[in-house]
Ligand binder design. Structure first.
Ligand code: ATP
Length: 300
């Protein structure tokens, strides 16, 4: 396997009884990148992640994690990864610190305790609190600390910011960014498109058990539709404008103001506009969220 690939998934399939959750997932995560894994409920994100760590057995395809097949070397793979599951199982008999120490023993005592304490402080998690007294959000924080505390080479995070308040979400995104700066690779699933847009170097979109797109967030955004609002000095005949390839009328507020949809580059529209008395011209890029919706339509 190429050294530059931290995680390689090829033609991965997985069924639960008659439900085919993964229908041939292909994905490469490069070393040192933050890769955001997006998809609607039930698309197959968690199933993919569980197959990557061999927490469930795949039915077909190949998976290589840091050069190892997780089915052949599950212990070695898990030792080199930090994993935040969607639902972390914690033991009510422990305090937060006791739980972290217990998890650390399972992972051969590689935790950096100064770092663990720093993480806990930054996300406002009290190490002395009994697990049984923690809210759902605070349990998620324990999951964050245990995933990062041994400074793993590869972080696999299933919705790391789920259930956290906005300030803590921001801190977790900062921690993800810092881990990458320190050389780690991060693969994380999310429903939160704006956070993916903010931190991910690349995004993969999964739909019905198949990865339908992998690209940089900016590429996805640039490739899609934009809107352009044009105001003219006086009412104009817009026929010529609307004949420009890729340009459609969204709204005509009056003869002197148009809202257009533009597919692809702006070049054609701008050249046509050169023949018009333009007072003002504004364009808007779609958010990644709008791009995402074009993949799923409104019914998924
Ligand atoms: P979410 O965003 O809701 O967490 P997801 O993208 O992580 O969704 P998965 O949890 O991987 O999706 O689910 C993929 C499909 O597999 C869904 O149809 C789901 O109902 C099904 N599925 C997942 N786990 C099981 C299971 N243990 N038994 C049966 N079906 C399952």
């Amino acid at each position: 396997m190429e050294v530059s690939i931290a995680l390689k998934i090829t033609a991965l399939t997985k069924s639960y009884g008659s439900t085919q959750a993964l229908r041939g997932v292909d994905l490469d995560v490069r070393r040192g990148e933050i890769f955001g894994f997006l998809g609607p409920n039930g698309a197959g994100k968690t199933t993919t992640i569980r197959c990557v760590l061999d927490l469930i057995h795949r039915n077909g395809g190949t998976v290589s994690v840091l050069g190892m097949d997780p089915q052949e070397n599950p212990v070695a793979v898990r030792a080199r990864c930090g994993y935040l599951p969607g639902e972390l199982r914690l033991d009510d008999a422990f305090t937060v610190e006791g739980q972290l120490r217990y998890l650390n023993r399972l992972r051969h005592n590689h935790a950096d305790w100064n770092y663990a304490r720093e993480l806990a402080r930054r996300i406002d998690l009290d190490l002395k609190t009994p697990i049984k007294n923690l809210s759902k959000g605070n349990k998620q924080k324990v999951g964050v600390v245990q995933a990062f505390m041994h400074r793993p080479e590869l972080l696999i995070l299933d919705e790391p910011t789920a259930g956290l308040d906005p300030l803590v979400q921001r801190e977790v995104l900062r921690i993800i960014g810092e881990a990458r700066k320190a050389g780690a690779t991060v693969f994380f699933s999310s429903h939160n498109i704006s956070e993916v847009q903010e931190v991910a170097d690349r995004v993969g979109i999964i739909r019905n058990g198949v990865v339908v797109e992998v690209a940089e967030p900016s590429t996805l955004i640039n490739r899609s539709l934009r809107t352009a609002r044009v105001r003219f000095r006086r009412p104009v005949d817009s026929q010529a404008l609307l004949a420009t390839p890729g340009v459609k009328l969204l709204a005509q507020e009056d003869g002197a103001s148009l809202l257009l949809q533009v597919e692809g580059e702006m070049d054609g529209l701008i050249k046509t506009l050169a023949g018009f008395p333009v007072l003002d011209f504004e364009t808007e890029r779609p958010t990644l969220e709008e791009v995402f919706l074009t993949y799923y339509g409104s019914n998924q």
